[in-house]
Design a protein around this ligand. Structure first.
Ligand code: SF4
Length: 294
């Protein structure tokens, strides 16, 4: 999508729906040429950063807007993932960054060849960046409130990552029901809708007068929810962070116990007094003048 359209539509949404919290999520899978290669679009890294910077400049002070990045970690981007996180934080472009493992049917199976050990090692390496995000998100909080907010945020990220990593190679029960179709709906470019990105389309929004509520509560969606059976019946457990996150909200055990426990178990990955290392921001941004190496 073009920078001007992202900028214009973000402004329109914030203006016309002032009570809505808008999460503007950009996909960046590596630095410079690596991202362009993974996405198959030359110059895409530069354009994405430009879009983020423009939105941040004009709407960054609006507390209802959160600019986030989702990074799908592939063998190409693996070694750069940490520096990408550092770069985004140094530029103050993001509220959060999620590192996602590859999911779904792949055109190129080579994108899913990271080992379990490599993924675990990356999780450890970027955990200080997650703490830095928490420090910034809750910079105005004090004392126990700040400690609790940080514990929940960091534990939440690690909890979601643990479920994703367990599902990287094969469906593995999340330890809670998936609420796809009950709390979430996916609408495709042509109006087809589905309970999640992985499940098949079950209807067309056109047949419901483009009324999302009617589609969400339709017979077709009720049948789909039955078929999924909270994930257990379809055994379709996946790595999709958005659905894991929206399902957590309806599971008190996860909120009260599993998330704080995840944070506690990740304590070895925290680095007291961590500060962002120096990186060559200019070289990262001028990457198009550097020849592509294969
Ligand atoms: S577990 Fe994954 S694939 Fe199955 S319904 Fe939930 S989000 Fe979709």
């Amino acid at each position: 999508m073009k920078t001007e359209i992202i900028h214009r539509e973000t402004g329109r949404l914030l203006d016309s729906c002032p009570d809505l919290t808008v999460h503007l999520n950009f996909s960046i899978d590596g630095l410079g040429h690596t991202h362009d290669k993974v996405r198959g679009v030359p110059g895409n890294f530069r354009k994405t950063i430009a879009s983020m910077a423009l939105v941040k400049k004009n709407y960054g002070s609006n507390p209802k807007l959160l600019i986030n990045v989702a990074t799908v970690v592939t063998p190409d981007g693996y070694k750069e993932a940490f520096n990408l996180g550092v770069y985004l934080l140094k530029k103050e472009l993001i509220a959060t960054q999620f590192f996602e493992v590859v999911r779904g049917d792949l055109r190129d199976p080579a994108t899913k060849t990271l080992t379990r050990e490599q993924i675990q090692s990356l999780r450890s390496k970027v955990y200080p960046l997650v703490e830095e995000q928490a420090n910034r998100l809750f910079r105005d909080f004090k004392g126990a409130k700040k400690a609790m907010a940080k514990t929940f945020f960091m534990g939440f990220v690690r909890f979601v990552n643990n479920i994703q990593d367990a599902n990287y190679f094969a469906p593995t029960h999340w330890g809670m029901s998936c609420t796809a179709g009950k709390t979430t709906i996916v609408v495709d470019h042509n109006g087809a809708f589905r309970s999640c990105e992985v499940r098949p389309a079950i209807g067309k929004l056109q047949d419901y007068d483009f009324n999302m509520k009617r589609a969400l509560y339709s017979k077709a969606m009720k049948a789909e929810i039955q078929e999924i059976g909270g994930g257990g019946k379809a055994n379709c457990w996946c790595t999709h962070g958005c659905w894991i996150m929206s399902s957590v909200k309806f599971n008190p055990r996860a909120i009260l116990f599993r998330i704080p426990w995840s944070h506690y178990r990740a304590k070895a990955d925290r680095i007291p007094g961590f500060t962002l290392p120096e990186i060559h921001v200019e070289a990262i941004e001028n990457y198009e003048s550097i020849p592509v190496t294969t």
